[in-house]
Design a protein around this ligand. Structure first.
Ligand code: PA5
Length: 421
């Protein structure tokens, strides 16, 4: 991985001071003194027995079904979805992994119910708290579909990943004897993709989870690489202090869009509190060059760019004569490389601060490194802003308000019923 912060354009002294602060924040995260930092040690102290159990369970699921529906939202599902989309299918995949419960869209749930009816299916619900509304609704409806189809056999096809000790999902798991994994106590949702939360769906989807964890481990053990994450965090916070309050997380690879969404959640939920933080947005090029690209270059100068690039691409194509004499004979990759250089030149000329993160190739190993890089950077960024990286008080408040409205509605409809969500 190459991380280049030489084009951020902030005064050198400011950046140097921020980097030194970021280094101490990195040490604090690595010291294990802060609560909820179990994710820092996941790659170096991974529980081999648990990984074997995950791999075994994934094989069982692959044997049993063509479709695994993963129910969860935010940190409980975005990471696995991001890696699965980034790595795509190798054509040998036995079981499709589909995600549900990410919205309150009935049409999407109906489509998933139809798929469960049409295909040999398993269901995996992931929720640390067990009380997330979207997850509760989707799990309830899809569980019903599974019971209608498999009757008494449904419980053997339902898997749960939740708090090891408490919560309604843990209680239900015990009652129905579902096969289950624990979400580590000291790991929050958005930092959990390298734990059971991400590893089971990824293993079912055909991702080599040993390679993924291996990438993260190499990163975690390498002081220089961890320092790169600290430098990136320092650069972004410094940019924020100089009025660049929007970070465009960019890729030229459409399969990386959900990874952008994962990184967006990680950064925004970790640092966006107490009136602080940088707003992360996701751009996929070249598509978005033909829309917000104009704003980036000549609009209000509040944006800086973080580009994730890969030196090699998996699939290439020679452009035929039909494309036109000005391009025929070149490969798509060659054209793409010219566009990347052109975009960088134009954006630097326009004065947009730019950070690039370049990986040799998009593999499970590389994704493990990228995940760990962004996790460290998010934790460090929040500590630099002096906010708690691991809570989300705003999200909790909106949930309380929504539940209060539901209670009101239930009381209006059935005043004699006192229901608690
Ligand atoms: O990062 C987080 O903590 C959140 O995004 C949660 O993962 C998300 O709200 C889902 O929570 P739960 O796993 O409790 O259902």
């Amino acid at each position: 991985m190459k991380v280049d912060i030489s084009h951020v354009g902030v005064p050198e002294n400011d950046l140097a001071k921020k980097i030194s602060g970021a280094e101490s924040a990195l040490n604090t995260l690595q010291s294990g003194q802060l609560p909820m930092t179990g994710w820092v040690r996941i790659p170096t102290r991974s529980d081999q027995e648990e990984i074997k159990r995950i791999a075994r369970t994934a094989k069982e699921i692959q044997k049993k079904c063509e479709l695994l529906v993963v129910v969860g939202i935010g940190g409980s599902s975005l990471g696995a979805k991001a890696v699965l989309e980034a790595l795509g299918s190798d054509g040998k995949k036995k079981t499709d992994v589909r995600f549900a419960g990410e919205t309150l869209d009935p049409a999407d749930l109906r489509t998933t119910v139809d798929e469960i009816q049409a295909k040999e299916s398993c269901l995996c619900v992931i929720s640390k708290s067990g009380t997330t509304m979207e997850t509760q609704i989707a799990f309830g409806i899809l569980k019903e579909a599974m019971r209608e189809k498999y009757r008494n056999g449904a419980a053997d096809r339902i898997y749960t990943i939740t708090d090891g000790k408490q919560g309604i999902l843990r209680e239900e798991t015990i009652r129905h004897k579902y096969v289950s994994f624990d979400v580590p106590e000291d790991v929050g949702g958005r930092y959990s993709v390298l734990s059971t939360v991400g590893l089971l769906p990824l293993a079912v989807g055909g991702v080599d989870i040993t390679e993924l964890l291996g990438g993260a481990e190499v990163f975690a053990r390498d002081g220089e690489r961890c320092f790169d994450a600290a430098k990136y965090a320092a650069a972004r916070i410094c940019l924020g202090e100089h009025g660049k309050l929007v970070e465009a997380l960019e890729s030229f690879d459409p399969a990386m869009e959900t990874f952008g969404r994962w990184a967006q959640q990680l950064l925004a939920e970790s640092e966006g509190k107490e009136g602080k933080g940088i707003f992360p947005t996701i751009l996929t090029f070249t598509r978005d060059l033909h829309s917000v690209g104009q704003f980036l270059q000549e609009g209000t100068p509040v944006v800086f760019e973080t580009m994730v690039l890969f030196d090699k691409i998996g699939d290439d194509m020679i452009l035929p004569k039909a494309v036109g004499d000005n391009l025929a004979g070149l490969t798509m990759k060659q054209v793409g490389d010219c566009v990347v250089k052109g975009v960088i030149a134009a954006h630097l000329n326009a004065g947009i601060p730019l950070i690039t993160i370049t990986m040799p190739k998009k593999t499970a190993f590389a994704m493990g490194q990228l995940i760990y890089f962004f996790e460290l950077a998010a934790g460090i960024s929040a500590l630099l802003l002096e906010v708690d990286p691991f809570n989300q008080p705003g999200v909790e408040r909106y949930k309380q308000e929504a539940w209060a409205e539901i209670k009101k509605l239930l009381l209006e409809q059935t005043p004699d019923l006192a229901r608690t969500p």
